[in-house]
Structure formats: C-alpha cells, structure tokens
Write a protein that binds this ligand. Structure first.
Ligand SMILES: [Fe+2]
Ligand SMILES: [Fe+2]
Length: 163
C-alpha cells in the first residue's frame, strides 16, 4: 500500500523530499489572486497537521485534508470552467491524482492496515508536490483569472524573509 501511494502521488515537483522550510507557508508562495492564495495558505496549515499527527489524530487530520482538498480543487476547477481556461483538463488531472492517493491512504488508515506514519508520509509527499503544481498550474490560472478580471497580469508584493 505504501509503495502504491508513493507511485500515485503526483510528482510535478523536481524535489523528491521536503526540507523543513518547504513545510510552512511563506509569501514566496503568493500567486497574486486573493482567494487562491488564502486557499493555498490553508493547504499548508491542514497538511502540516497531517505531518504532525499522532495515532489518535491521524484519521481526523486526514478527513480535514479531504474536506480542504475537495473544496480547494473544485474551486479552481469551477474557475477554469467558468472562464474557459485552456489547460483545464491537465490541471484537473493532477487534482484527481491527489484525491486518488488520498482515497488509498484513507482506506488504509480507516481499516487499520496503516497507521499515522502513512498519513505523515502522505503529508510529506504533498509538501513536495505542491510547489511544482502551484508554480506551473495554479500560477497560470492566477494569471488567467486576473487577466479576465482586470485585463492585466498580477503584481505580487512579497515580504522579504529576515535571516
Ligand atoms: Fe491550488
Ligand atoms: Fe490546482
């Protein structure tokens, strides 16, 4: 099961594993679309709770992620449909792969085939997957939506990290 989950987690990110800095939200992830950015910030919070779950909270954090992911992906797919976004199917296919992996993990944990370690590993895969998906697909969607709404590309102001 663990290997199956590993293989079905989308891998559009060039990074195979996450370092701790990839597991928290930063302004570097802003794409210039307020609703999209708020959803992505929530993604980091929800996935971090999965990463730090224990045996008592594993399934709950997984169900919270399921709720988040469905709303997150459906929101983006609704925008793509409403605005006739050209690469919608490719983008939606990546979302479907995440939901398929989620279903596998949920089944394994809810039937006690796997424990919190699989949830934590899934969270780590999601943190590795997200930057590639956001930089390539969600970023293109943000630019598209802003062009439709304002007739211009987004200008993104990012706070600089202080060392
Ligand atoms: Fe997204
Ligand atoms: Fe997306």
């Amino acid at each position: 099961m663990t290997d199956q989950v590993h293989q079905t987690v989308p891998n559009s990110s060039p990074r195979k594993e996450t370092d701790p800095g990839q597991r928290v939200w930063t302004d570097a992830r802003l794409l210039g679309h307020d609703e999209l950015d708020a959803t992505h910030k929530e993604f980091y919070e929800v996935v971090f709770r999965m990463l730090t779950c224990n045996e008592n909270t594993a399934l709950t954090t997984l169900l919270d992620f399921e709720e988040h992911a469905q709303a997150h992906f459906w929101e983006e797919e609704d925008w793509m449909r409403e605005t006739a976004f050209p690469a919608a199917q490719c983008h939606a296919d990546e979302h479907r792969k995440v939901l398929a992996s989620l279903a596998e993990v949920k089944h394994a944990v809810s039937t006690n085939v796997a424990d919190q370690r699989l949830v934590q590993r899934f969270a780590d895969h999601l943190f590795a997957w997200f930057p590639g998906h956001a930089d390539y697909m969600d970023s293109a969607l943000s630019t598209w939506l802003n062009k439709k709404r304002f007739g211009a590309k987004p200008v993104v102001f990012k706070r600089l990290a202080v060392a």
